[in-house]
Design a binder for this molecule. Structure first.
Ligand code: NAD
Length: 267
Protein backbone atom coordinates (compact mmCIF):
# COMPACT_ATOMS: atom_id res chain seq x y z
CA UNK A 1 0.00 0.00 0.00
CA UNK A 2 1.24 3.47 -0.82
CA UNK A 3 1.41 6.34 1.67
CA UNK A 4 0.52 10.00 1.25
CA UNK A 5 1.09 12.85 3.71
CA UNK A 6 -1.01 16.01 3.31
CA UNK A 7 -0.38 19.17 5.32
CA UNK A 8 -3.36 21.35 6.33
CA UNK A 9 -5.81 18.51 5.76
CA UNK A 10 -8.40 18.79 8.53
CA UNK A 11 -10.68 20.64 6.13
CA UNK A 12 -11.00 22.05 2.61
CA UNK A 13 -8.97 20.72 -0.30
CA UNK A 14 -6.55 18.81 1.94
CA UNK A 15 -9.36 16.87 3.60
CA UNK A 16 -11.04 16.13 0.25
CA UNK A 17 -7.75 14.89 -1.22
CA UNK A 18 -7.30 12.65 1.82
CA UNK A 19 -10.74 11.20 1.11
CA UNK A 20 -9.93 10.36 -2.52
CA UNK A 21 -6.56 8.84 -1.60
CA UNK A 22 -8.29 6.68 1.01
CA UNK A 23 -10.85 5.59 -1.59
CA UNK A 24 -7.88 4.55 -3.70
CA UNK A 25 -6.56 2.37 -0.89
CA UNK A 26 -3.72 4.60 0.27
CA UNK A 27 -2.38 4.99 3.77
CA UNK A 28 -3.15 8.63 4.48
CA UNK A 29 -1.59 10.89 7.10
CA UNK A 30 -3.70 13.95 7.73
CA UNK A 31 -2.06 16.81 9.59
CA UNK A 32 -3.10 20.28 10.70
CA UNK A 33 -2.85 22.79 13.54
CA UNK A 34 -5.63 21.57 15.79
CA UNK A 35 -5.93 18.07 17.28
CA UNK A 36 -9.71 18.18 17.77
CA UNK A 37 -10.30 19.13 14.13
CA UNK A 38 -8.01 16.32 13.03
CA UNK A 39 -9.86 13.80 15.20
CA UNK A 40 -13.19 14.86 13.66
CA UNK A 41 -11.71 14.64 10.16
CA UNK A 42 -10.33 11.14 10.84
CA UNK A 43 -13.66 10.01 12.28
CA UNK A 44 -15.49 11.22 9.16
CA UNK A 45 -12.97 9.64 6.81
CA UNK A 46 -13.14 6.30 8.64
CA UNK A 47 -16.93 6.26 8.67
CA UNK A 48 -17.29 7.33 5.02
CA UNK A 49 -14.65 5.12 3.40
CA UNK A 50 -13.81 1.55 4.19
CA UNK A 51 -10.62 1.23 2.11
CA UNK A 52 -7.17 2.60 3.05
CA UNK A 53 -5.96 3.76 6.46
CA UNK A 54 -5.89 7.17 8.11
CA UNK A 55 -3.55 8.37 10.84
CA UNK A 56 -3.37 11.91 12.17
CA UNK A 57 -0.54 14.11 13.37
CA UNK A 58 -0.59 17.72 14.56
CA UNK A 59 1.86 19.80 12.52
CA UNK A 60 2.26 23.54 12.22
CA UNK A 61 4.19 23.96 8.98
CA UNK A 62 5.81 27.15 10.28
CA UNK A 63 7.56 25.02 12.89
CA UNK A 64 10.46 22.95 11.49
CA UNK A 65 10.48 20.52 14.40
CA UNK A 66 6.77 19.82 13.77
CA UNK A 67 7.56 18.97 10.13
CA UNK A 68 10.39 16.66 11.23
CA UNK A 69 8.02 14.99 13.71
CA UNK A 70 5.42 14.53 10.97
CA UNK A 71 7.96 12.79 8.74
CA UNK A 72 9.09 10.54 11.62
CA UNK A 73 5.46 9.76 12.50
CA UNK A 74 4.65 8.76 8.90
CA UNK A 75 7.75 6.54 8.71
CA UNK A 76 6.93 4.90 12.02
CA UNK A 77 3.35 4.14 10.92
CA UNK A 78 3.86 3.19 7.29
CA UNK A 79 7.65 2.95 6.63
CA UNK A 80 7.94 4.93 3.42
CA UNK A 81 6.28 8.11 2.16
CA UNK A 82 5.31 7.91 -1.51
CA UNK A 83 3.57 11.27 -1.94
CA UNK A 84 3.94 14.46 0.12
CA UNK A 85 1.55 17.36 -0.51
CA UNK A 86 2.34 20.85 0.80
CA UNK A 87 -1.28 21.96 0.98
CA UNK A 88 -1.46 24.07 4.19
CA UNK A 89 -2.20 27.68 3.37
CA UNK A 90 -3.78 30.88 4.64
CA UNK A 91 -5.43 33.77 2.86
CA UNK A 92 -4.42 37.37 3.59
CA UNK A 93 -6.56 40.19 4.98
CA UNK A 94 -8.07 42.16 2.11
CA UNK A 95 -5.85 45.22 2.59
CA UNK A 96 -3.33 47.26 0.63
CA UNK A 97 0.30 46.20 1.14
CA UNK A 98 1.04 49.29 3.28
CA UNK A 99 -1.93 48.65 5.57
CA UNK A 100 -0.82 45.14 6.54
CA UNK A 101 0.99 44.67 9.83
CA UNK A 102 4.32 42.87 10.02
CA UNK A 103 2.61 40.00 11.86
CA UNK A 104 0.03 39.61 9.10
CA UNK A 105 2.75 39.58 6.42
CA UNK A 106 4.85 37.10 8.39
CA UNK A 107 1.91 34.73 8.80
CA UNK A 108 1.15 34.59 5.08
CA UNK A 109 4.81 34.25 4.03
CA UNK A 110 5.67 31.75 6.77
CA UNK A 111 2.72 29.42 6.15
CA UNK A 112 2.29 29.70 2.39
CA UNK A 113 5.90 30.02 1.29
CA UNK A 114 8.39 29.13 3.99
CA UNK A 115 6.29 26.19 5.22
CA UNK A 116 6.37 24.68 1.74
CA UNK A 117 10.09 25.37 1.31
CA UNK A 118 11.08 23.83 4.66
CA UNK A 119 8.81 20.81 4.28
CA UNK A 120 10.22 20.23 0.78
CA UNK A 121 13.76 20.57 2.13
CA UNK A 122 13.13 17.94 4.81
CA UNK A 123 11.00 15.45 2.88
CA UNK A 124 13.41 15.60 -0.06
CA UNK A 125 16.19 14.34 2.26
CA UNK A 126 13.99 11.35 3.14
CA UNK A 127 12.85 10.55 -0.38
CA UNK A 128 16.42 10.75 -1.75
CA UNK A 129 17.36 7.88 0.60
CA UNK A 130 14.67 5.74 -1.09
CA UNK A 131 15.48 7.13 -4.57
CA UNK A 132 11.76 7.63 -5.16
CA UNK A 133 8.74 9.66 -4.12
CA UNK A 134 6.69 12.63 -5.27
CA UNK A 135 6.27 16.12 -3.80
CA UNK A 136 3.41 18.40 -4.86
CA UNK A 137 3.04 22.09 -4.03
CA UNK A 138 -0.13 24.14 -4.43
CA UNK A 139 -0.29 27.11 -6.74
CA UNK A 140 -2.82 29.87 -6.23
CA UNK A 141 -3.79 33.38 -7.17
CA UNK A 142 -0.65 35.15 -8.41
CA UNK A 143 1.13 32.02 -9.63
CA UNK A 144 0.57 33.21 -13.19
CA UNK A 145 1.39 36.86 -12.38
CA UNK A 146 -2.27 37.91 -12.07
CA UNK A 147 -2.79 40.82 -9.67
CA UNK A 148 -5.72 41.91 -7.54
CA UNK A 149 -6.07 44.52 -4.85
CA UNK A 150 -5.88 42.89 -1.43
CA UNK A 151 -4.14 39.72 -2.58
CA UNK A 152 -0.59 41.00 -3.07
CA UNK A 153 1.25 39.17 -0.31
CA UNK A 154 -0.64 35.93 -0.91
CA UNK A 155 0.08 36.35 -4.64
CA UNK A 156 3.76 37.01 -3.88
CA UNK A 157 3.91 33.71 -1.97
CA UNK A 158 2.11 31.73 -4.66
CA UNK A 159 4.23 33.26 -7.45
CA UNK A 160 7.28 32.20 -5.45
CA UNK A 161 5.82 28.71 -4.89
CA UNK A 162 5.67 28.27 -8.66
CA UNK A 163 9.31 29.30 -9.11
CA UNK A 164 10.43 27.26 -6.11
CA UNK A 165 8.65 24.11 -7.29
CA UNK A 166 10.12 24.36 -10.77
CA UNK A 167 13.59 24.96 -9.29
CA UNK A 168 13.21 21.93 -7.01
CA UNK A 169 12.07 19.79 -9.95
CA UNK A 170 15.09 20.90 -12.00
CA UNK A 171 17.59 20.22 -9.20
CA UNK A 172 16.00 16.85 -8.51
CA UNK A 173 16.24 15.91 -12.19
CA UNK A 174 19.81 17.14 -12.68
CA UNK A 175 21.02 15.39 -9.57
CA UNK A 176 19.13 12.22 -10.51
CA UNK A 177 17.50 11.83 -7.13
CA UNK A 178 14.61 9.69 -8.44
CA UNK A 179 12.13 12.07 -6.76
CA UNK A 180 9.53 13.85 -8.87
CA UNK A 181 8.20 17.29 -8.03
CA UNK A 182 5.02 18.91 -9.35
CA UNK A 183 2.50 21.71 -9.05
CA UNK A 184 -1.20 21.42 -8.31
CA UNK A 185 -3.35 24.24 -9.61
CA UNK A 186 -6.82 23.99 -8.03
CA UNK A 187 -8.44 27.11 -9.52
CA UNK A 188 -11.08 28.68 -7.27
CA UNK A 189 -12.64 26.55 -4.54
CA UNK A 190 -15.58 27.30 -2.31
CA UNK A 191 -13.89 26.64 1.04
CA UNK A 192 -13.53 28.56 4.32
CA UNK A 193 -10.35 29.96 2.81
CA UNK A 194 -12.15 32.47 0.57
CA UNK A 195 -13.98 34.17 3.44
CA UNK A 196 -11.30 33.89 6.15
CA UNK A 197 -7.87 35.46 6.39
CA UNK A 198 -4.89 34.18 8.40
CA UNK A 199 -6.62 30.88 9.23
CA UNK A 200 -9.85 31.97 10.87
CA UNK A 201 -8.51 35.15 12.47
CA UNK A 202 -10.15 37.75 10.17
CA UNK A 203 -13.30 37.70 8.04
CA UNK A 204 -13.18 38.62 4.37
CA UNK A 205 -16.34 40.18 2.94
CA UNK A 206 -16.68 39.17 -0.69
CA UNK A 207 -18.02 41.86 -3.01
CA UNK A 208 -20.98 41.04 -5.28
CA UNK A 209 -18.60 41.20 -8.27
CA UNK A 210 -16.27 38.65 -6.69
CA UNK A 211 -19.18 36.35 -5.82
CA UNK A 212 -20.33 36.50 -9.44
CA UNK A 213 -16.88 35.42 -10.67
CA UNK A 214 -16.68 32.66 -8.03
CA UNK A 215 -20.11 31.37 -9.11
CA UNK A 216 -18.80 31.05 -12.65
CA UNK A 217 -15.29 29.73 -12.04
CA UNK A 218 -15.49 28.17 -8.59
CA UNK A 219 -16.08 24.57 -7.54
CA UNK A 220 -16.47 22.74 -4.28
CA UNK A 221 -13.17 21.19 -3.18
CA UNK A 222 -14.37 17.57 -3.52
CA UNK A 223 -14.76 18.05 -7.29
CA UNK A 224 -11.26 19.51 -7.59
CA UNK A 225 -9.71 16.90 -5.27
CA UNK A 226 -11.18 14.08 -7.32
CA UNK A 227 -9.41 15.34 -10.42
CA UNK A 228 -6.10 16.26 -8.77
CA UNK A 229 -5.71 12.98 -6.88
CA UNK A 230 -6.47 10.79 -9.89
CA UNK A 231 -3.83 12.70 -11.86
CA UNK A 232 -1.28 12.45 -9.03
CA UNK A 233 -1.78 8.70 -8.69
CA UNK A 234 -0.98 8.09 -12.36
CA UNK A 235 1.63 10.81 -12.84
CA UNK A 236 5.22 9.65 -13.36
CA UNK A 237 6.57 12.85 -14.93
CA UNK A 238 8.83 15.30 -13.14
CA UNK A 239 7.82 18.99 -13.18
CA UNK A 240 4.18 18.19 -14.00
CA UNK A 241 1.52 20.85 -13.64
CA UNK A 242 -1.80 19.30 -12.69
CA UNK A 243 -4.32 21.99 -13.42
CA UNK A 244 -8.05 21.92 -12.71
CA UNK A 245 -9.17 25.31 -14.03
CA UNK A 246 -7.39 25.49 -17.39
CA UNK A 247 -7.72 28.63 -19.56
CA UNK A 248 -9.94 26.62 -21.89
CA UNK A 249 -12.25 25.54 -19.07
CA UNK A 250 -12.40 29.11 -17.70
CA UNK A 251 -13.28 30.47 -21.16
CA UNK A 252 -16.02 27.86 -21.51
CA UNK A 253 -17.41 28.74 -18.08
CA UNK A 254 -17.62 32.43 -19.06
CA UNK A 255 -19.19 31.61 -22.43
CA UNK A 256 -21.89 29.51 -20.79
CA UNK A 257 -22.30 31.77 -17.72
CA UNK A 258 -25.82 32.82 -18.74
CA UNK A 259 -26.98 29.19 -18.30
CA UNK A 260 -25.10 28.69 -15.06
CA UNK A 261 -27.54 28.67 -12.15
CA UNK A 262 -24.95 28.03 -9.45
CA UNK A 263 -25.09 30.26 -6.39
CA UNK A 264 -22.61 29.24 -3.72
CA UNK A 265 -23.52 32.23 -1.56
CA UNK A 266 -27.31 32.16 -1.34
CA UNK A 267 -27.54 31.63 2.46
N1 NAD B 1 -9.87 28.12 -1.90
C1 NAD B 1 -9.34 28.57 -3.02
O1 NAD B 1 -10.03 29.23 -3.84
C2 NAD B 1 -7.91 28.28 -3.39
C3 NAD B 1 -7.48 28.58 -4.68
C4 NAD B 1 -6.18 28.30 -5.08
C5 NAD B 1 -5.31 27.71 -4.17
N2 NAD B 1 -5.72 27.44 -2.90
C6 NAD B 1 -4.75 26.81 -2.01
O2 NAD B 1 -5.22 25.52 -1.66
C7 NAD B 1 -4.71 25.14 -0.38
C8 NAD B 1 -5.87 24.68 0.50
O3 NAD B 1 -6.80 25.73 0.59
P1 NAD B 1 -8.31 25.53 1.10
O4 NAD B 1 -9.15 26.35 0.23
O5 NAD B 1 -8.59 24.09 1.29
O6 NAD B 1 -8.20 26.30 2.51
P2 NAD B 1 -8.79 25.95 3.96
O7 NAD B 1 -8.64 27.21 4.74
O8 NAD B 1 -10.13 25.32 3.85
O9 NAD B 1 -7.75 24.84 4.48
C9 NAD B 1 -6.44 25.17 4.79
C10 NAD B 1 -5.98 24.29 5.95
O10 NAD B 1 -4.61 24.66 6.25
C11 NAD B 1 -4.50 24.67 7.66
N3 NAD B 1 -3.38 25.51 8.10
C12 NAD B 1 -3.35 26.86 8.19
N4 NAD B 1 -2.16 27.25 8.71
C13 NAD B 1 -1.46 26.12 8.94
C14 NAD B 1 -0.18 25.86 9.49
N5 NAD B 1 0.63 26.85 9.92
N6 NAD B 1 0.23 24.56 9.57
C15 NAD B 1 -0.57 23.56 9.17
N7 NAD B 1 -1.79 23.74 8.66
C16 NAD B 1 -2.23 25.01 8.56
C17 NAD B 1 -5.84 25.20 8.16
O11 NAD B 1 -6.03 24.89 9.53
C18 NAD B 1 -6.81 24.51 7.22
O12 NAD B 1 -7.24 23.27 7.73
C19 NAD B 1 -3.97 26.37 0.14
O13 NAD B 1 -2.60 26.22 -0.14
C20 NAD B 1 -4.53 27.52 -0.68
O14 NAD B 1 -3.63 28.59 -0.81
C21 NAD B 1 -7.00 27.71 -2.50
Amino acid sequence: MKTVVITGSARGLGYEMAKVFKQNNFNVIISDLNLENLKKAKENLDSLIQTGNVELCVCDVTNTSDIKALIDFAKEKFNEIDIWINNAGVNQPEKAIWDLTEDEINTVINVDLKGTIMASNLIMQEMIKNKKGAIYNIEGYGSNDAMMLGLSIYGTSKRAITYFTEALAKESEERKTGVIVGKLSPGIMITDFITNALGNKQKINLSEKTKKVYNILGDYPDVVANYLVKEMITNTKNNAKIEWLTNKKAAWRFMTAAFNKRDFFKD
